[in-house]
Design a protein around this ligand. Structure first.
Ligand code: 3EB
Length: 335
């Protein structure tokens, strides 16, 4: 196979094994995410950002999502944030240590630095954020750590003049079993189209029962590349209807509700001119209890068909979901 084919098509993620990803020429890739990375894992190329949540059900097939470069790649740092850009998009990654001042302060600082990166590089519009923080459902001193994170994140969006409510980027926020606040992000030079789910209250409008400041994300974002290819980033999606968690304690029912939410986001995105099918997507499935991973896969196979691209390509990761009553969360991206 020629290098060109191995790297993939610019403007879309390609899912590789780590081993295959590590062999790709660095000047041909913008960036990517390596799933299931543990502290003692073999060194990955530095353009590949680790997602340090343990892979479930697929130990022999550690995966990475790689975004091929659309043009000449430049790389650099703004403060502690590492970034690469290719003329169309920017991929960034950063890890912050907790300093004892709490997650609200840390999230605010992290996002302030992130927005400085966007201002310095000219890639002004966030498309997709991946947030990972430890002990996400624990009390951080009067407030759950996820809620503290939300407060700092929203304030940083407001301070930077970024869309903190309508038009917020697609995102996920997961609890991982490690240390530090980890952000990975993609930004571009055009404003993405934010998609909401009619079955759900926009997250940026969640009532104060879920914390003093709402989470800052949209259910999905549509991005068009220079070649006019469309890309759909679907945020972490779970068993929430309206603003309430439904089917507490019922794994199968939570999965079914999550799939209904994903279908609703896909249907909504068709109104923005992108027609994709869920069964053809390549998901990441976050599972709170590793012992339930096989049951999750079984239910998904019943719903989507065992031979679907979704099932063949699915990555399962051990992570805490940002509400303690949620057992699974699914995200995906399509092109
Ligand atoms: C939800 O719908 C589930 O805080 O960035 C999903 C995606 C969730 C992103 C975030 C949280 C976030 O509220 C949790």
């Amino acid at each position: 196979m020629q290098v060109q084919d191995a790297v993939g098509t610019p403007g879309r993620f390609a899912r590789h094994t780590w081993a295959d990803a590590a062999r790709l020429p660095a000047d041909r890739v913008l960036g990517g995410l390596a799933y299931g990375v543990a502290d003692d894992d073999v060194s990955l190329p530095d353009w590949l950002a680790p997602v340090p949540a343990a892979a479930l059900l697929s130990d022999d097939r550690a995966h990475a999502d790689v975004w091929p470069a659309a043009g000449r790649v430049r790389e650099g740092r703004t403060g502690s944030i590492r970034w690469r850009h290719d003329g169309q998009h920017l991929f960034g990654a950063v890890e912050f240590e907790e300093d004892g001042r709490g997650l609200e302060v840390l999230a605010h600082r992290a996002y302030r630095d992130l927005f400085s990166t966007l201002a310095d590089t000219g890639y002004a519009h966030l498309m997709r954020l991946w947030n990972y923080l430890p002990r996400i459902n624990e009390d951080g001193g009067g407030l759950e750590r996820y809620r503290q994170f939300n407060a700092g994140r929203q304030q940083a969006f407001i301070d930077a003049g970024q869309a903190a409510f309508e038009g917020a980027p697609a995102a996920c926020a997961l609890g991982f079993h490690g240390e530090g606040l980890l952000l990975r992000f993609m930004a571009g030079r055009t404003v993405p189209v934010a998609i909401e789910n009619p079955r759900q209250v926009p997250a940026w409008r969640y009532p104060a029962d879920y914390g003093p400041r709402a989470p800052t994300f949209s259910r999905a974002a549509v991005v068009r590349t220079a070649s006019d290819a469309a890309h759909l980033f679907v945020s972490g999606t779970a068993s929430i209807v309206g603003h309430a968690t439904v089917h507490e304690g019922d794994l199968d029912a939570q999965i079914d509700e999550t799939l209904r939410n994903l279908e609703a986001v896909f249907a909504e995105s068709r109104r923005s001119g992108v027609a994709f099918s869920l069964a053809d997507s390549e998901p990441v499935v976050y599972v709170r209890h590793p012992a339930q991973a096989a049951a999750v896969r079984h239910r998904l196979a019943q719903a989507l068909g065992p031979q679907s691209r979704f099932m063949r390509q699915a990555v399962y990761l051990h992570a805490d979901i940002c509400r303690s009553d949620l057992l699974v969360e699914i995200e995906t991206h399509l092109h």
